[in-house]
Design a protein around this ligand. Sequence first.
Ligand code: PSV
Ligand code: MN
Length: 431
Amino acid sequence: MTLRTPIDPELIAKHNARLENDLAADYEHLGAVLARRGVDLEAITARIQRFAVAIPSWGVGSGGTRFARFPVAGEPRNIFEKLEDCAVIQQLGRATPSVSPHFPWDRVDDLRELRDFARSYGIVFDAINSNTFEDLPGQLSYKFGSLTHTHKPVREQAIAHNLECIEIGKRLGSRALTVWIGDGSNFPGQLNMTKALERYLESMRVIVAALPDGWRAFIEHKLYEPALYSTVIADWGTSFICATQLGANVQCLVDLGHHAPTTNIEQIVARLIQFQRLGGFHFNDSKYGDDDLDTGSVNPFQIFLVFNELVDAELRGAPGFAPAYMLDQSHIVTDPIESLLESAVALQRAYAQASIVDRDALNSAQDTNDALMANRTLQNAVRMDVESAIKMARKRNGGAIDPVAVFRDSRYRQCKASARPQDLTGKSGIV
Ligand code: PSV
Ligand code: MN
């Protein structure tokens, strides 16, 4: 089957032709620099070529703050249009072959049509995200919680929604369910913290029992918001305890923005790997809280340090290590397609740099307590300019050497601005 290409392949070829001589020269230079360190550039490029991260279906729409939302012209109005935008990102960037959908936001009547539509672009579905943090008309309210609510009928409604998400996922070819709840309290004393967690476990047991063979459930923790005093699944410790209580197919999902600003996230990642509970990530970046900023835009060193743990685990064949990579960002002032293209590259960069860390040197510096040399080993890797390897990997995978330049030149956004008339209701807020 010939895949549909939302961007004219000729345009990509034209741009690549203009850039490929410079790329070849830069790539050759990088190869020589790495060879002096005993690193094979071709092996690194092949690793980058295999790297993949899922796009969140909600990420291709404009995000907003509590105050306002300023939609980008031509933003997608439904899951089909979202997939079309995701296909643009994959065609140009070649690092995002899957989409992580969110229900009921992405609800459709015909799931087969949806799966076939995605397939026509070469896109598959990653983890299904359930949503029990918003009310739907005619339903019981989640104002005071969902899976942990004090009233059983509300819990049952939230459980039923997750079971429906699993059914949808089966039809879409997914193999994981991500459960994030906004449950918690806004006042000290409002909630019995122990009973709330008991109710969570009771609800989750029903959901986990419905997982088909080969499926995983990811528990996503979050420090605060929308509950502002306490959140039931607030931290990796609670998430880890729940996962171990619920079964081997339940793992923890780390959304980078869901921690206090100074938290050592790479250490959390190491712990979860060590005890085989690292399910996956929602990558983003932040300055103050759950800012959902573009991955690598604020603290690229942190992303590198996370990947340092991931690559270490991968190379030593850590048991049960199979994390699902996803982005989870809110694009307030940029074109979401451009932001997602750049964010996937930020992850490839961290992955490539972590892949060139001299692991023998690092191990021996650690074993001999040579702190300076251990840190220098990491610094030597993170200071390496691996852009030409990333560009080469993208080109070899059939993408654009400069995806954002091609995207702008394609005038895709301008075309969609007239094809998709804007919804001017200006809904604010994204959780
Ligand atoms: C919550 O803040 C979260 O990170 C969860 O992953 C949600 O599903 C997502 O954002 C969407 O708003
Ligand atoms: Mn998230």
